[in-house]
Design a protein around this ligand. Structure first.
Ligand SMILES: *Cc1c(COP(=O)(O)O)cnc(C)c1O
Length: 566
C-alpha cells in the first residue's frame, strides 16, 4: 500500500471534477462526465502522468434506479462507505460558507491501474463532527438539492479542494477544470497570487491575473444551457460573503450572475471542447475565446470485453500502452477470431439480460443497443417514431434491442421518455424482442457495448458534445449507426467503421427517422444477414480506425502536449 507522501514529492497537475467513475462499486458519477474523468485518470495511471484528482466523496451516491411495470423510474439512495475503499485524510481545511467556517476533510483513494500505475484521488468530505448537521450534508448527494446546495458544493470543491492540496503538501504545476463546477478554484488562486496593497496603484488589479491564467486549463463539456451553472449574485453574496471583491468577481464571472463557465473561460489560458464540432459550437456560444478541440476518448482496457482483451494480447501486443497498434487489427487478426470474441461477449450479455429481465434474446439475431442518460436531446425514441415501419423492417430482417439509462431525478422529460419506451416495448412485443435493463452503471455499460451488434445513437445536432459510448463499442469491434454529431462526425467512414444516419443537412425528426429506417432496412441488416465477411470487415474497421484513435491515452497525450506543457 502506497502512502499519500509517495505522491507529494513531484509537482503535479491538479485535475478537478464534480463526478468521477472510479470503479463500479463507487457510485460517485452520473454519466458521461464522470466516466470520462475516470478514464482520464486510468490513462494517467497507465502513462504514469503526475496528476492528482480532486472530487467530492458523495456518500449518498447518485441514485439506484428501478423501473416499475408502467415504465416509471424509482430512485433509491445509493450509499457507499468511503472508509471501505479509501483512507481518511488527517488534514482539515476550512471554507467560508454563510458567514461561518465549514470544515472540509476527506479521503485518499488510490487508483491502481491494471499495468501497475497509481494515481492519487482526493475525495472531499464535510461529514465530520466539527460541522453542524446541515453542513455535514454538503458533499453527500451528487447533483442533488437546489442551487444554494450546489453553490456550497462548488465552494467545497473549488476553494476547499485547492486548500486541501496545499495542506497535504502537494506542489502543483497546473490546474485542470473538468467542466465549470470547480471554477471557484480560480478565486482561491487569485487570492494566492495577490499583490500587497501597498504595491497596487489606483485602477490596477490586486491580482496577478496572467499568473492565474497560466496555471489554469478548462474543458467545457456541453452546449446545453442547463449544463452551465449560474448563481444569482445575491445568493453568492449570502453564501460566499466577501471572499473576493464584487467588482473582480463580476469582471470575470459575468455582470448578471455568477456564471461558472465564464469564470473558467476568463481565467484559463487553455480552453477546449471535447470534439472538433463541439469546439466550433463553443466558439459560437462564447465569441472572443480561443476554444481548442481535444476529442474525448475511452480507456481501452476498461471497456474491452475479456474476450477482446485476450485477442488483442495475443495479436497486438502493447495495445494497452499504445492503443495505436489496434490499427493493425485489420490485417493481423483472423475474421473467425474476431467473430468468436464477439459471440463470447454477446453470450455474456444474453446471460445478463436473462438474469435481470427474464428475457431470452437469440444469439443469431442482431442486437441494436441504445444506452445512456435518458434526456430529451439524446432522442431515445427516434427509432420508435413509426412503429408500423419498424415492424415491417423487423419482419423482413429480424433484430432485437437492448436499452438502458437513468433520467436525472429532476428531469421529468427524461422520465417520460423511459415511460414512452416501455409503451413501445409493449407495442412491439409480438415482433421485436426488447429488453430495458434497469440501473445503468459502468458494469452494465461494459456488458452492453460489447454484447450488442450495432451501437445506435440518435442525438439532436449539435447537442451531443462528444458522446463516448460509441467509442466503447468500437473497442469491442461493434460498429456505430449514428447521427453525425459529436465524435461520430470525426469517426464515421461510411460502410467502413459504421454508418451515418442522414447526411447532416436535414435535421428534422422525420427526416432523420426516415434516414435511420432506410439505412437499417437497406444497408445494415442486409449486410449482417447476407455478407458475414463484409460485416466482419466493418467490425475490424471500427477497431482499426476508431478504437486506435478515440481512446483516452491519445486524449491524455494531447492534454499533456497542448495544455499542461506549453
Ligand atoms: C459511457 C457511459 C455514459 C456516457 O455515455 P455517452 O455516450 O457519452 O452519453 C453514461 N453512463 C455510463 C454508465 C457509461 O458507461
Amino acid at each position: 500500500m502506497f502512502e499519500l507522501d509517495d505522491f507529494t514529492h513531484e509537482p503535479r497537475i491538479a485535475y478537478f471534477t464534480m463526478e468521477i467513475a472510479l470503479q463500479n462499486k463507487i457510485p460517485t458519477y452520473a454519466g458521461g462526465l464522470g466516466i470520462l474523468a475516470g478514464d482520464t485518470i486510468r490513462s494517467a495511471a497507465d502513462l504514469e502522468l503526475p496528476l492528482v484528482t480532486v472530487s467530492l466523496a458523495g456518500r449518498a451516491g447518485y441514485f439506484h434506479q428501478t423501473i416499475d411495470s408502467e415504465g416509471r423510474q424509482h430512485e433509491q439512495p445509493d450509499q457507499w462507505d468511503p472508509g471501505e475503499w479509501a483512507s481518511p485524510l488527517e488534514a482539515r481545511v476550512a471554507v467560508p460558507i454563510e458567514g461561518h467556517h465549514v470544515w472540509v476533510g476527506g479521503w485518499f483513494y488510490e487508483l491502481e491501474g491494471h499495468m501497475g500505475g497509481r494515481q492519487p484521488v482526493i475525495l472531499l468530505d464535510t461529514d465530520m463532527d466539527e460541522n453542524n448537521a446541515a453542513d455535514r450534508e454538503i458533499t453527500h448527494s451528487l447533483y442533488g438539492g437546489d442551487s444554494a446546495y450546489r453553490l456550497k458544493q462548488e465552494i467545497v470543491l473549488g476553494i476547499g479542494g485547492v486548500r486541501m492540496l496545499y495542506a497535504l503538501g502537494f506542489t502543483l504545476r497546473q490546474y485542470h477544470m473538468n467542466e465549470g463546477h470547480s471554477a471557484l478554484l480560480t478565486l482561491q488562486l487569485l487570492r494566492r497570487y495577490a499583490y500587497p496593497d501597498a504595491d497596487v496603484r489606483p485602477g490596477e488589479s490586486h491580482y496577478d491575473i496572467p499568473k492565474v491564467r497560466e496555471l489554469c486549463n478548462f474543458t467545457t463539456h456541453t452546449p446545453i444551457e442547463a449544463g452551465h451553472d449560474k448563481f444569482p449574485y445575491d445568493l453568492v453574496e449570502r453564501t460566499l460573503g466577501d471572499f473576493i471583491d464584487a467588482s473582480t468577481l463580476k469582471r470575470f464571472a459575468g455582470s448578471d450572475n455568477l456564471n461558472m463557465t465564464r469564470l473558467a473561460l476568463n481565467l484559463s489560458e487553455y480552453v477546449n471542447g471535447v470534439a472538433k464540432r463541439h469546439a466550433e459550437t463553443s466558439r459560437q456560444m462564447f465569441p472572443g475565446y480561443r476554444v481548442r478541440a481535444v476529442t474525448n476518448g475511452v480507456h481501452p482496457f476498461t471497456w474491452a470485453a475479456p474476450s477482446f482483451r485476450e485477442l488483442y494480447d495475443a495479436h497486438l501486443s502493447g495495445w494497452c500502452h499504445e492503443p495505436e497498434v489496434l490499427i493493425r487489427a485489420e490485417c493481423c487478426i483472423a475474421d473467425e477470431d474476431i467473430w468468436a470474441a464477439h459471440m463470447e461477449a454477446k453470450q455474456a450479455l444474453l446471460v445478463e439480460v436473462k438474469a435481470r429481465c427474464d428475457i431470452s434474446l437469440e444469439p443469431d439475431v442482431p442486437i441494436l443497443g441504445f444506452a445512456r442518460r435518458m434526456t430529451a436531446y439524446k432522442r431515445p425514441d427516434l427509432l420508435f417514431i413509426d412503429i408500423t415501419r419498424l415492424k415491417a423492417i423487423a419482419k423482413q430482417h429480424p433484430f432485437q434491442i437492448v436499452l438502458a439509462g437513468k433520467a436525472h431525478p429532476q428531469d421529468n422529460g427524461g422520465k417520460r421518455l423511459i415511460e414512452a419506451l416501455h409503451v413501445y416495448i409493449r407495442e412491439l412485443a409480438d415482433t421485436v424482442r426488447i429488453a430495458y435493463l434497469p440501473n445503468y452503471d459502468m458494469a452494465l455499460a461494459a456488458s452492453i457495448v460489447s454484447g450488442i451488434d450495432v451501437w445506435l445513437n440518435t442525438p439532436q445536432r449539435p447537442l451531443e458534445a462528444s458522446g463516448t459510448s460509441g467509442m466503447k463499442a468500437a473497442v469491442n469491434g461493434v460498429p456505430n449507426l449514428s447521427i453525425l454529431d459529436g465524435w461520430w462526425e470525426e469517426g464515421c467512414i461510411e460502410g467502413i467503421t459504421g454508418w451515418a444516419i442522414g447526411d447532416g443537412t436535414d435535421g428534422s425528426t422525420q427526416a432523420e427517422a426516415d434516414a435511420l429506417y432506410n439505412k437499417l432496412e437497406q444497408v445494415v441488416l442486409p449486410l449482417y444477414y447476407q455478407d458475414r465477411a463484409g460485416w466482419i470487415a466493418v467490425m475490424k474497421g471500427a477497431i482499426a480506425k476508431n478504437a486506435s484513435y478515440f481512446n483516452s491515452h491519445r486524449m491524455m497525450r494531447r492534454y499533456v502536449s497542448d495544455a499542461y506543457v506549453h
